[in-house]
Design a protein around this ligand. Structure first.
Ligand SMILES: Cc1ncc(C[n+]2csc(CCOP(=O)(O)OP(=O)(O)O)c2C)c(N)n1
Length: 664
């Protein structure tokens, strides 16, 4: 339970009359909108409502203290941010009704939207991931020397998430100008603060991150405004993060349907006395800044605004689904200009080709930032960024704390500000701790409200190196099922460089799988300078008649070896891209050989092979002379001992299945 403070005292402190009146109007507008929403909810005219009644002073005070071009990252009780920045009411109402003129074309609900024109970025349901995005915008502000802060809200419940820790820690280590605001409103759904955290003040956690913090009365609009105004001014000059804990109370249920039975009545009585709007209004009346008549006319004006906005929103027809449009908006539009390779080539290893691609990408994109563990002076565990600091500097080649989720979120934050990011997973296995940012934030943000996620995630992947269950996984199938991502998986040095450069150009989130087993094993002539390998285009690496092996990554090399060993004349199709898939190339090879074998290193069940097999069976059935065969790793974790790993990997089974399919 948040502790209460004595009766509210306003310090007039030379606030201009204009500002006092603006703060009052900005407090009144969200209150009146909410009161209307509660009526509409009872009438069954809207479906859900998360109330911020009683907490408005935090949103309103903080927003007014910021400059209009400073980004604010909102949660579900921050209507006051949106109204203070004067979003058109009819668009917000249309958003809540799932109408076309809302902020997400009916694709997301409530406050889950961004308003790019007003520099507001709304939450995703998972709460915590939002915080790192603010750190990302703050990083862009710092690198661009913009003298601007960003601000992110969280509830006290959200502070228990790992994302809170990661975002604050990284912001502190990198001294980013971001204000993290905790709205401590006593309950997270039905969970009181005593069951949420053990410390006295959440703000005290800042000490552990090496940050400044402050606890304030979140119901006192002047205290809120004054605090944020002062902090924002300081941070614009001297970048650093701060944590502000605002004490307040949630005066209604978590959302309207969930009730408040679990909250003792005395809390409502006590905090009801401390209402931010009533108290401030009384203060302004006492100070003769405002009159009851002025309040009445302001109320009438806002009432008309609300009614007019609602009328427009209700009059708008319900959305009709245009499936083509729905599919099209999953990705940011992107038509790359073809960039063929030049004549000049150099014989290099797979690992050097990646390094070369990354270096060329850095030279090409001034605003490309590399982030990853140990990638700076140390050069990365695989030495791919060796020497990069000397060439591009530490600002652009950034060592990160062990915070995968925050770093991916920071990548998205950079993208919001028009920068590009490459995030290196030290091993692809570790992406599991950044999974949420990839599948829920990066992947969905363009479809939801048109924001690009210009982030490439490099994934040193795969087994055969005796590294056991947590340094060997081929985990592409985890992401294959997620609309909004692109996935590439080169098998040759030339494609590794070309696909990496294409991925860095592309404004969409691209997962770049690079097989560790190929790093130092294969060498090939790689074109010098900038060129791209088109994403979404497979490559027939070997032509034959007996059957088609459709594969990618290390599978391409296994297929070549097996075909040679068996003396079998096969088509080998290297997919190169897994998202999007090159269905034309798949169809062409199947139509030619009439027998398809899908091969991958990842485990069998629910793998990419299952999808390819289903596709071929359904769409190319009449061209098949045999069932589609899948060859993959065993459905076990990747084992450590060499003999176990050999049995796990599909190389031996590949030979057997090729013979069976040939003789079918
Ligand atoms: C990762 C995750 N777990 C659970 C939920 C369900 N949930 C939504 S809001 C909420 C409580 C949040 O409390 P707090 O952060 O204090 O914000 P408040 O609602 O009090 O403003 C919960 C448990 C969720 N949205 N995301």
């Amino acid at each position: 339970m948040a502790t209460t403070t004595p009766a509210m005292v306003f310090q007039k402190k030379g606030f201009s009359k204009k500002l006092l009146l603006k703060l009052h109007e900005d407090l009144l507008r969200p209150r009146m909108i909410e009161e209307k929403m509660l009526i509409l909810l009872r009438q069954g005219r809207i479906s859900k409502w998360f109330s911020g009644i009683g907490q408005e002073a935090i949103s309103v005070g903080a927003t007014n203290a910021l400059l209009e071009d400073e980004y604010i990252f909102t949660m579900h009780r921050n209507l006051g941010v949106f109204t203070s920045r004067r979003l058109p009411l009819e668009r917000m109402f249309a958003q809540w009704q799932g109408k076309m003129s809302g902020y997400t074309k009916g694709r997301d609900r409530s406050f889950h939207f961004g308003a790019p024109e007003q520099n507001i970025v709304g939450m995703i349901s998972h709460l915590g991931p939002q915080l790192a995005l603010a750190s990302g915008v703050a990083l862009a502000n710092k690198l661009g020397q913009e003298g601007r802060v960003s601000l992110a809200f969280t509830g006290e419940g959200g502070t228990s998430e790992g994302d809170f820790h990661e975002a604050l820690n990284t912001a502190a280590v990198w001294q980013l100008p971001v204000i993290f605001v905790i709205e401590n409103n006593g309950y997270g759904l039905s969970t009181p603060t005593s069951e949420q955290y053990r410390c006295e003040n959440l703000a005290d956690r800042a000490l552990g991150y090496g940050m400044r913090s402050v606890v304030i009365d979140g119901n006192n609009i002047l205290e809120v405004y004054d605090t944020f105004n002062k902090l924002a001014k300081e941070l614009r000059k001297n970048p650093e993060p701060v944590l502000v804990e605002c004490r307040t109370f949630r005066m209604r249920g978590h959302e309207e349907a969930s009730g408040t039975k679990y909250v003792p009545q005395e809390y409502f009585d006590e905090w009801g006395q401390r209402d931010p709007l009533d108290n401030f209004e009384q203060f302004l009346l006492d100070e003769k800044v405002l009159t009851t008549k002025k309040i009445e006319s302001l109320r009438a004006q806002i009432k008309t605004e609300i009614e007019e906005g609602l009328e427009l929103a209700f009059a708008e027809a319900p959305i009709t689904a245009d499936i083509e449009q729905e599919l099209q908006d999953v990705y940011a539009p992107w038509t790359p200009t073809p960039a063929p390779a030049g004549e000049e080539r150099r014989e290099i290893r797979f690992v050097d080709a990646i390094s070369d691609g990354l270096r060329t990408g850095m030279q090409r994109h001034d605003q490309l930032i590399l982030m990853g563990q140990d990638i700076a002076d140390y050069g990365g565990v695989f030495k791919i960024t060796d020497g990069f600091v000397a060439e591009f500097g530490k600002e652009r080649v950034r060592n990160t704390p062990l915070c995968e989720s925050a770093i991916l979120g920071i990548g998205l934050g950079l993208s919001i500000k028009g920068w590009k990011a490459m995030v290196e997973m030290q091993f692809a296995d570790f992406v599991s701790v950044g999974f949420n940012q990839i599948v829920n934030n990066l992947a969905k943000i363009h479809y939801r409200w048109g924001q690009t996620a210009d982030v490439v995630v490099r994934m040193p992947t795969g087994g055969g190196v005796g590294a056991g269950p947590f340094h060997s996984q081929a985990n592409e199938a985890w992401f294959f099922h997620v609309p909004g991502l692109k996935m590439v998986y080169p098998s040759t040095p030339e494609d590794a460089k070309g696909l990496l450069l294409a991925a860095l150009d592309d404004p969409n989130p691209v997962l770049f799988f690079e097989h560790k087993g190929l790093y130092r094993k294969i060498t090939a002539p790689v074109p010098e300078g900038y060129y791209t390998t088109e994403i979404g285009k497979a490559n027939l690496v070997q032509a034959g008649e007996t059957l088609s092996i459709i594969t990618y990554g290390l599978g391409v090399h296994w297929a070549r070896e097996a075909a040679e060993e068996l003396g079998m004349d096969v088509d080998i199709l290297d997919l190169r891209s897994l998202l999007p898939l090159d269905y034309d190339a798949i169809a062409a090879t199947v139509k030619k050989t009439n027998k398809a074998l899908v091969l991958h290193e990842a485990t069998l069940l629910g793998g990419i092979g299952a999808e390819l097999s289903a596709y071929i069976s359904q769409h190319l059935f009449e061209h098949l002379d045999a069932p589609v065969v899948r060859v993959a790793s065993l459905d076990t974790p990747v084992p450590f001992a060499a003999n176990l790993e050999k049995a796990f990997l599909p190389q031996e089974r590949l030979r057997e299945q090729m013979v069976i399919l040939r003789d079918y």
